[in-house]
Design a binder for this molecule. Structure first.
Ligand SMILES: N[C@@H](CCC[C@H](N)C(=O)O)C(=O)O
Length: 264
């Protein structure tokens, strides 16, 4: 099976085409190929499928084999892939995801996609899950939980330390109160236009960036009066621009890494 590996600010994905009907066990394939020692290594796989309601359909499976409804960084990579491979030769694409059909606008220079802007849809917030106290081990965090395509919890910290992401992230991800699990975003407010974000991802663990998580972090920071609606989020390898106007818009890069053939 042919694959292409891509990343969006270090959140990495292996892309497979399944435009003709195939009967693969994608969950098992994801676990195998995402393994960083005995596979290719990635945070998840993206499958290109035909859609009856949009230009094309993106399916995402996390590195642990679990299904995810949406993936922001993945969607930017996927969009560049389907455009540059000639699957959908449009500058504005509609892509079916598990979180609905989303509109993507490509910035193209000489046939190459240089940037991708996605309408990520609307966040779904619950009143009792906004800026509540979340007790985890020895810490109490101020937290906001929402669905931003997938479940997200945003917690505020004075300093982001990787060891904290690794210590508290997996415990929060699987807390009883989150029925479908949650992604966990550690957010430091820099000023009203800039935040720093690190994410522990449901089904993938520590990642270098998370698109839906960054959108959730900006929505939470705006409704909690920490920031403006237009925010630049600093992630480990670069920035995402987020704009929250009822709908949430995310703009950022997507890059090819390599391609090859896996032997199943
Ligand atoms: N990396 C993603 C989110 C992928 C899905 C997540 N792990 C989940 O299961 O909810 C992004 O960029 O949004």
């Amino acid at each position: 099976m042919n694959f292409v590996k891509m990343h969006g600010l270090g959140n990495d994905f292996i892309i497979f085409e399944a435009l003709d009907k195939v009967n693969y066990d994608w969950n098992e394939i994801a676990k195998k190929v995402c393994d960083r020692h005995i596979g290719i290594g990635a945070d998840g796989i993206l499958i290109v499928e035909n859609s009856d309601i949009a230009d094309v359909k993106m399916v995402i499976i996390n590195s642990d084999g679990s299904y995810a409804e949406m993936c922001g960084n993945g969607l930017r990579c996927f969009s560049k892939y389907v455009y540059e491979r000639g699957i959908v030769k449009k500058e504005i694409l509609n892509i079916e995801t598990g979180a609905g059909v989303l509109e993507v606008v490509l910035k193209i220079e000489n046939g190459i996609v240089k940037g991708v802007r996605v309408n990520m849809g609307k966040p779904i917030l619950e009143e009792d899950k906004n800026f509540y106290k979340l007790n985890v081990l020895d810490r109490t965090f101020n937290a906001t939980t929402m669905i931003m395509g997938v479940p997200h919890t945003v917690i505020y910290v004075d300093e982001i330390k990787d060891e904290d992401v690794i210590k508290y992230g997996p415990i929060i991800e699987k807390m009883e109160m989150f029925k479908r699990g949650t992604n966990v975003n550690f957010v430091k407010i820099i000023d009203d236009k800039h935040i720093q974000v690190r994410t522990w991802e449901r089904g993938a663990g520590y990642t270098l960036a998370c698109g839906t998580g960054t959108c959730a972090s900006v929505v939470a920071s705006y409704i909690n009066n920490f920031t403006d609606k237009n925010v630049i989020a600093h992630l480990k390898l670069g920035d995402l621009r987020i704009n929250y106007e009822d709908y949430v818009y995310m703009e950022g890069p997507a890059e090819f890494i390599c391609e090859g053939r896996i032997l199943l």
